[in-house]
Structures are given as structure tokens and as C-alpha cells.
Design a protein around this ligand. Structure first.
Ligand SMILES: C[S@@+](CC[C@H](N)C(=O)[O-])C[C@H]1O[C@@H](n2cnc3c(N)ncnc32)[C@H](O)[C@@H]1O
Length: 158
């Protein structure tokens, strides 16, 4: 059982407010319309999904986190997204990238399935921060970085 499978039953009790604060910031950046299609990569228990009144689907590779997620989800790896090219108006990913085993593969997948904009956050203290930043700059036409309280957020235009 991996780390997130193990902590899944307790995740919301210790992360809810922190993750909702990040999700509010991400929502404010993209300001989606109700008809927009959104993918949440590494959606976990769905804390971020709870804020979006859109056509939203989440993917996560932890079966247990998904068991605690009341929204529409699929079990999948960020590195191998089970969707056709250009499927989503927006892709969001909140505090999951530091866990991706292959950051470049995940960024390429996010770029492939998005039509317009992806917003990806990562723990600022993560050793993968620069790897993610470089990969986003290689794959997206424009990348803007924001420093949040705990995460760094990247607003990426395809
Ligand atoms: C810190 S939690 C964040 C969950 C959610 N985004 C939130 O804001 O509460 C990180 C999540 O990323 C998922 N994750 C880690 N690596 C992944 C991967 N390669 N593909 C899909 N999900 C992954 C974990 O299972 C976990 O649910």
C-alpha cells in the first residue's frame, strides 16, 4: 500500500483548509464557465473538485484516495492519461507534481489533453520544482509562476 492509500481516510482532516486555499487561487486564475470541461490530475479526495461547478473529472493513481472522492473520477497515472488529445478546456493539478515519477511524461500528457490552459502547483520545497518549471517551459508556449504560501503555481498556456 502506498503513502496516499494509507493516509486516505485521514487526508481531509489534516489537509482540507490548506488545499482549499490553493484550489481557490487556481479557480480564480482560470475563472471557468459552467460548460467548461476540466481535468484535475492527482485529484485525491476531491477537495479541489468541490469548488468547480463545471464538467469536471479527476484522475488519481491511489485507489483509496479515490474511494473518498465523491466526484467523477478515473484511476490513472498522470504519466498516461486515458483521454484523447484536446479533451479539456483546462487541466488543473494541485500539490501532486512532487509525487510524479516522471515529471516530463506527465507534463507532456497534460499538454496533450488540454485545449487552452493548465494550472499546476507543486510544493515549493520539492526537489522536483525546477524539473517541473523547465519541463513546463519546454512544452507550453507561455508559463507564468506564482508563489503561494506553501506551493508554487504555474499558469501555462498551450
Ligand atoms: C497531496 S495530494 C493532493 C490531492 C488533491 N489535489 C488536493 O488538492 O487535495 C497528491 C495526490 O496526487 C496523487 N498522485 C501522486 N502521483 C500521481 C501520479 N503519478 N498520477 C496520478 N496521481 C498521482 C496522490 O495519490 C495524491 O492523491
Amino acid at each position: 500500500m502506498d503513502y496516499y492509500d494509507e493516509i486516505a481516510p485521514r487526508y481531509n482532516s489534516f489537509r482540507k483548509e490548506e488545499q482549499l486555499e490553493k484550489a481557490r487561487f487556481v479557480k480564480g486564475l482560470i475563472n471557468p464557465k459552467p460548460k467548461d470541461k476540466i481535468l484535475d490530475v492527482g485529484c485525491g479526495t476531491g477537495l479541489s473538485m468541490s469548488l468547480f461547478q463545471c464538467d469536471i473529472v479527476g484522475v488519481d493513481n491511489s485507489e483509496q484516495m479515490l474511494k473518498h472522492n465523491p466526484y467523477r473520477t478515473k484511476r490513472a497515472d498522470a504519466e498516461d492519461l486515458p483521454f484523447p488529445d484536446y479533451s479539456f478546456d483546462y487541466v488543473i493539478s494541485i500539490t501532486a507534481a512532487q509525487n510524479f515519477s516522471n515529471v516530463e511524461a506527465a507534463v507532456k500528457e497534460i499538454h496533450r489533453v488540454v485545449k487552452k490552459v493548465a494550472v499546476i502547483t507543486i510544493l515549493s520545497k520539492s526537489k522536483k520544482l525546477n524539473l517541473l518549471k523547465d519541463s513546463l517551459n519546454r512544452n507550453f508556449s507561455s508559463v507564468k509562476e506564482y508563489k503561494l504560501r506553501i506551493d508554487s503555481a504555474f499558469y501555462c498556456i498551450k
